[in-house]
Design a protein around this ligand. Structure first.
Ligand SMILES: Cc1ncc(COP(=O)(O)O)c(C=O)c1O
Length: 350
């Protein structure tokens, strides 16, 4: 697989910014115009710049996933990694991306920021992905395909075989955003990565790990692609506090993921209760920590819920999602409040 052939020419030849700390990280550090006096915060010295290669953090991520450090690189949330994908692969005026809709809106937004047009295509029945249909229809100037599994906002997993078929036959870049994978019944595609060096998995500590405020996402992919991401990222994108905390969280995976089974149980309970409300037309099966459901006058329902201080997401404007609302799974009492208010609102609307 010719990864280098997919890289923008200016990135191929780019000489990246070099920090003198590439050679040593400890010693008499007089290379970076830092302040030598450390005022520690919570036991952490902040007077030094962080490791641009994120060595400890990448090792902790790699250990969690059972891959090598060279397979991972961390960003300020997955959102930052979307930027690197465009910087490395997508040339304005030449390349396009492909997006299976409906899905997470940031892929489109980032494409617009970079001036890259999108080839949008719909899913098959049940928001499923057909490799055959994609391969038949994808235009020749499409360079990167964005998939999301479990998909936001529909909640379903995409079929692993279909994704792998696309990656093997298409020979361009396939991004699979697995932000919600820890909530799913099936494992990540991590174990398949050796077969498909053109696949980039996106993962995050924002969801199952409960660390959205920390802003730590990461890419898992072939070492060639990681090397290009390291080339284009800001040298000090990950700060010392986030990297320390990230290592701590990933060193205690079991306790940090203990809430996942509770959230999955609540998801199934809320889904069952929603299915019991006669006005709710459809509750879509979910492998994530949210549910998508269809009800009449969805926008008005969202507005009325807002009037009760309950915030949900109206997804009605997305392709194939007319009158659809996405609700995140909260605590048991938050879910009960939501269900009670929703029931009252839809009853009153009949
Ligand atoms: C599919 C998907 N990917 C990525 C993100 C953002 O992740 P992060 O917090 O790591 O930027 C979200 C947030 O809602 C999401 O739904």
């Amino acid at each position: 697989m010719d990864i280098a052939g997919l890289i923008r020419p200016n990135i191929l030849t780019l000489e990246p910014y070099h920090s003198a700390r590439e050679k040593i990280q400890e010693g008499v550090l007089l290379d970076a115009n830092e302040n030598p006096y450390s005022q520690e915060w919570q036991g952490i010295g902040l007077n030094r710049y962080p490791d641009p290669y994120q060595r400890k953090l990448r090792k902790a991520i790699a250990r969690y996933l059972g891959v090598q450090r060279d397979n991972v690189v961390a960003g300020v949330g997955s959102d930052e990694i979307f930027d690197w994908i465009f910087k490395v692969f997508c040339q304005p005026g030449k390349d396009r991306i492909a997006i299976a809709e409906p899905t997470y809106g940031m892929y489109q937004v980032t494409a617009k920021i970079f001036g890259i047009p999108c080839f949008e295509f719909g899913f098959d029945e049940g928001f499923s992905l057909s490799a055959e249909r994609f391969l038949k229809r994808v235009p020749s100037d499409a360079k990167v395909l964005f998939l999301c599994s479990p998909n936001n906002p529909t909640g379903n997993l995409l079929d692993r075989e279909q994704i792998l078929q696309i990656a093997q036959k298409w020979q361009k870049i396939v991004v699979v955003d697995e932000a919600y994978i820890e909530f799913a019944d099936q494992p990540s595609l991590v174990s398949d990565l050796n077969e498909v060096p053109n696949v980039i998995l996106l993962r995050t500590l924002s969801k199952a790990f409960g660390q959205a405020g920390m802003r730590l996402g990461y890419a898992v992919t072939s070492p060639q692609i990681v090397a290009y991401f390291l080339k284009v990222k800001a040298p000090y994108n990950m700060n010392v506090l986030t990297m320390n905390r990230g290592c701590q969280v990933l060193g205690q995976v079991e306790s940090h993921l203990a809430c996942v089974s509770e959230i999955r149980k609540e998801r199934d309970r809320v889904a069952a209760q929603l299915r019991g409300i006669p006005q709710i037309e459809r509750v879509f099966p979910s492998q994530a920590n949210f549910l998508l459901f269809r009800c009449p006058q969805a926008s008005l329902v969202c507005q009325r819920l807002l009037g009760k201080n309950i915030l949900v997401r109206d997804r009605s404007s997305l392709r194939d999602l007319e009158n659809c609302i996405r609700v995140s799974i909260g605590t048991s009492s938050e879910n009960d409040l939501f269900l009670n208010e929703l029931q009252g609102i839809v009853k009153g609307m009949l």
